[in-house]
Design a protein around this ligand. Structure first.
Ligand code: FAD
Length: 391
């Protein structure tokens, strides 16, 4: 089969779906993206994009728009919940660009999505098209559209997120509730005046809880997420509006810098946090999963989007280099991505424990270990260059 003869259907227009579609299109493959939402209006929240993901965005040609729409983190700082004591500060900024050839971006999700959509040729994205299933017939896959009709492709890529319907074609499992919920919102830049001269990611660790905030929208706004233990969120609706009073009650007694941010919040949403147990399958026949559909992970390592971008590169490479054998290409994709994503998934779950330690000897040990991390060397395994090699 030639690139021009191959047809790929992608389900979902998040980071993973858009990136794989851009990459395949560049290699001459016809690729249609089916997105259930009528508009790409990512919820009001920020996202941190580490250099392993940022390098891929640069390779896609998104560097000018990422630099224009996002901010770059000068440092990542962690403080104690009550007295604000500094636990660690790791300079990113130019150190990150020197070591990893890309910055650490802080960006609003809608801006990230716009950076990617701008790179997709017109006519490839089909909004308002929920997909209800995929059925293989020999060497073709029929994609069933929930509003009626179907599309046929040589390969279907499930990029439909943590609650993926396409995942059922590959693995029989359910999302796993972490026991935590997260409040997310945006506040004006004036809530954290120091970001004007020191744009950075702020983490605050406390018992059963942590808070993160950083500038987005070129520094005009600050995004925060506040995570707390919340056994009830496992059965509650996936997302709900939350009041500032409820949020402040959760973080009663926290340092004034934190409560000032939370107090200033505009609309706040509360989400239950889910991942899934790691599967050893990212594909079956001619269906492949990418991003959160393949390996949803807790957000505590800030890696979901960057891992989704890595998936997109490896999958596009495997498919275009082994076109004559699509199932074989997907097996190769799976073999490359499984070990890498398993380690990131494991580390993310570990952080659900270490971030939220009660004050005591284990917390003191954690803080001492963090204080020893003075540069970026401990992140080579995650942000380094070798992760996409699949030969
Ligand atoms: C609180 C929180 C904070 C996070 N912070 C970070 C961070 O700082 N850095 C980071 O890298 N990652 C972070 N993540 C993870 C990151 O958001 C995800 O890993 C990433 O968005 C996954 O992208 P995706 O394209 O795989 O899935 P999604 O972004 O979920 O996109 C899936 C798309 O599929 C569509 N869809 C679903 N079902 C269908 C269907 N049946 N038919 C058609 N379309 C469908 C959806 O509408 C959606 O547009 C965070 C996650 C959370 C929850």
């Amino acid at each position: 089969m030639t690139a021009a003869g191959m047809r790929v259907a992608v389900v979902g227009a998040g980071v993973s779906g858009l990136a794989v579609a851009i990459l395949l299109r560049r290699r001459g493959v016809r690729c249609d993206v089916y997105e259930k939402s009528n508009a790409l209006d990512a919820i009001g929240a920020g996202i941190q994009l580490s250099p392993n993901g940022a390098r891929i965005l640069h390779d896609l040609g998104a560097e000018p728009s990422m630099r224009r729409r996002g901010s770059t983190a000068g440092a990542i700082e962690t403080r104690r919940w009550d007295d604000g004591a500094l636990l660690s500060r790791v300079a990113h900024g130019s150190a990150c660009e020197d070591r990893f050839r890309a910055p650490y971006y802080l960006i609003h999700r809608a801006d990230l999505q716009s950076c990617l959509v701008d790179l997709l040729p017109p006519g490839q994205l089909h909004l308002g098209q929920p997909v209800s299933g995929a059925v293989e017939h020999g060497d073709r896959v029929e994609l069933r559209l929930a509003k009626g009709g179907s599309a046929t492709a040589d390969v279907v890529i499930g990029a439909d997120g943590v609650h993926s319907g396409l995942r059922g074609a590959v693995v029989d499992d359910e999302p796993v509730f972490s026991g935590h919920s997260v409040y997310r919102g945006l506040v004006p830049a004036s809530a954290v005046p120091s970001f004007a001269h020191d744009p950075r990611v702020m983490f605050w660790f406390g018992p059963d809880r942590h808070v993160t905030y950083y500038p987005v929208s070129s520094g005009r706004t600050v995004h925060f997420s506040a995570v707390c233990a919340d056994p009830s969120a496992g059965t509650a609706p996936r997302s709900a509006r939350a009041g500032t009073a409820e949020l402040l009650a959760e973080f009663d007694g926290w340092h004034e810098d934190v409560t000032r941010v939370l107090r200033t919040a505009g609309p706040v949403t509360r989400w239950g946090l889910f991942d899934r147990n790691l599967s050893d399958r990212f594909r079956a026949g001619r269906v492949a999963l990418v991003g959160d559909a393949a390996h949803p992970m807790l957000p505590f390592l800030s890696q979901g989007a960057s891992q989704a971008l890595e998936d997109a590169v490896v999958l596009a490479d495997c498919l275009t280099e082994h076109m004559a054998d699509v199932p074989g290409a997907l097996r190769r994709y799976e073999a490359v991505r499984l070990p890498r994503t398993a380690e990131v998934h494991r580390q993310a779950r570990l952080r659900a424990h270490t971030f939220h330690l009660p004050d005591g000897p284990l917390q003191a040990e954690r803080d001492a270990a963090m204080a020893r991390q003075r540069d970026l060397a401990h992140l080579d395994w995650l942000y380094g260059d070798s992760v996409l090699s699949y030969s």
